[in-house]
Design a protein around this ligand. Structure first.
Ligand SMILES: [Zn+2]
Length: 246
């Protein structure tokens, strides 16, 4: 199984933004198969059964709740018939609670109504803390606030609690994992670090899709075993081969 991590679409500067045309080609590839795109319920069922889905299974995720996940990604996902999950911060869902200074370059976040539009399209919503701090340095009280208040807000918006949490910045330690595990049956990490824990339900590793990958590099990332370090490496190698030629 590979869990793909996206942030923004539209080809903005920086490593977090994928051009829409690239994203569209990637989604078409996933829709054509041999891949099987998972819902969060599919993943949860597999976790409960004690074995993660096989190599061709893919979970598509978007972090932070950017508006372009709704305006740009959702029409492509609809056209391709693909499920996906969007990890949102409870504090970003209303202008009244959006922090004045977010750690992000833009304040263009989806509000509660837009997140419901995403959910009502059949896609999943995951939690991503209330205001997106790195969780390990927080006091116990602040950690509880960031996770429990967020859980309450999202449950209120969605009418049911999310089944999935994504650690802000992929940062977690034993204390954070314990607190999150009391609220969510599964949690997403990011790539590279924490690989020894890969596969445990509260340390599910993800592959960050790079704006520099062409379709061959994307395919290479999906062709490897589900170690995200290997996947990133395979994608980079595929990119180099293409640039260097035979
Ligand atoms: Zn984030």
């Amino acid at each position: 199984m590979h869990i793909l991590m996206y942030h923004r679409l539209g080809g903005l500067p920086g490593p977090m933004s994928i051009p829409l045309i690239t994203f569209t080609a990637q989604m078409r590839l996933l829709a054509e198969g041999p891949y099987r795109a998972l819902t969060v319920a599919d993943l949860h069922q597999a976790v409960r059964a004690g074995h993660l889905p096989g190599r061709n299974a893919v979970l598509i995720t978007f972090d932070d709740g950017y508006l372009d996940t709704i305006t740009d990604a959702l029409p492509v996902l609809d056209a391709c018939g693909l499920p996906a999950a969007m990890a949102v911060c409870g504090g970003y869902l209303s202008p009244d609670t959006l922090p004045r200074r977010t750690p992000h370059s833009s304040q263009h976040f989806a509000d509660a109504a837009q997140v419901l539009r995403w959910r009502d399209s059949g896609r999943d919503v995951a939690a991503h803390s209330y205001t997106h701090p790195a969780l390990p340095p927080l006091s116990d009280a602040a950690l509880a606030w960031q996770t429990a208040v967020d859980h309450e807000v999202l449950t209120g918006v969605l009418g049911e609690p999310p089944a999935l949490f994504a650690y802000p910045y992929g940062a977690h330690d034993e204390r954070v994992r314990e607190v999150v595990a009391r609220l969510y049956p599964m949690a997403l990490a990011t790539d590279e670090r924490h690989a020894p824990n890969a596969g445990r339900p509260h340390v599910l590793p993800r592959v960050q899709v790079s704006p520099h990958w062409d379709l061959e590099a994307f395919r290479a990332a999906l062709a490897t075993e589900a170690d995200p370090r290997t996947a990133q490496h395979a994608a980079t190698q595929a990119g180099h081969r293409r640039i260097e030629g035979p």
